[in-house]
Design a protein around this ligand. Structure first.
Ligand SMILES: N[C@@H](CCC(=O)N[C@@H](CS)C(=O)NCC(=O)O)C(=O)O
Length: 219
């Protein structure tokens, strides 16, 4: 039996969505983020030493890292679904599967951390310093990086309905998390193609079921 160790409001939504797309049976063990630090509870470290979500167990096997888990599930249970076979589509599938966490998410994470420096619980005396660092790094580096990435992704999705090609695939599930995080931070305001893409994938019954089971994504 597949078990998803599900942290609320997290990348483990990807796996719920994948299981629903493939119609697989699974069970869910739930974990709650700390309300202030947003960190996962220590119990998750008993399942995998990093204590990050998602973690999936398949019998004795413990799987971590969302792209690797998606690939494992599609390999073992996909029966040819959700992974294209044409050479160009397959390459784009592989590219976006790696790009989502390898290149697109890190600048968003830096932005999130910098923004936190300017909010409680950072002590009020330190916050002005946080604001200066935030402003300096964003001006010198971060905003340009984020814009370059999201202009690229907007241009890619203008060429075809899904990231790999004409058909929905595991790469779309992997790309959803940074796109949703970007939308929540106003980064998609000037990117109508990505907004329309998110509406398209969010209309899928499997996505809706994943939200029903795992709770809404409130990034
Ligand atoms: N690259 C990893 C990232 C895993 C990760 O950082 N997960 C976050 C949830 S979205 C987490 O567990 N955060 C809580 C913590 O770090 O304690 C993946 O794609 O699985």
């Amino acid at each position: 039996m597949l078990t998803l160790h599900h942290l609320n409001n997290s990348r483990s939504h990807r796996l719920l969505w994948l299981f629903e797309e493939l119609g697989l049976p699974y069970e869910v063990k739930r974990y709650q983020r700390h309300p202030v630090t947003m960190l996962a509870p220590p119990e998750l470290k008993r399942i995998h030493p990093l204590g990050k979500s998602p973690v999936v167990t398949d019998g004795e096997l413990v799987l971590a890292e969302s792209a690797a888990i998606i690939e494992y599930i599609i390999d073992k249970y996909g029966n040819g679904r959700l992974r294209p076979i044409g050479p160009e589509e397959r390459w784009r599938y592989m590219y976006f599967m790696h790009y989502a966490e390898g290149s697109l998410t890190p600048p968003l994470l830096v932005k999130l951390i910098l923004d936190k420096l300017t909010e409680a619980p950072t002590p009020w005396l330190v916050r002005p310093v946080g604001m200066l660092i935030n402003k300096g790094v964003r001006h010198a580096f971060l905003d340009a990086q984020i814009n370059t990435h999201f202009d690229f992704v907007e241009a890619e999705i203008a060429k075809r309905p899904f990231f790999a090609g004409d058909k929905f695939s595991g790469a779309d599930i992997q790309m959803s998390f940074p796109l949703e995080a970007a939308k929540a931070r106003g980064i998609l305001r000037s990117r109508p193609g990505l907004r329309a893409y998110l509406e398209r994938v969010h209309a899928r019954p499997a996505y809706k079921k994943a939200v029903e089971v795992g709770g809404p994504m409130d990034l």
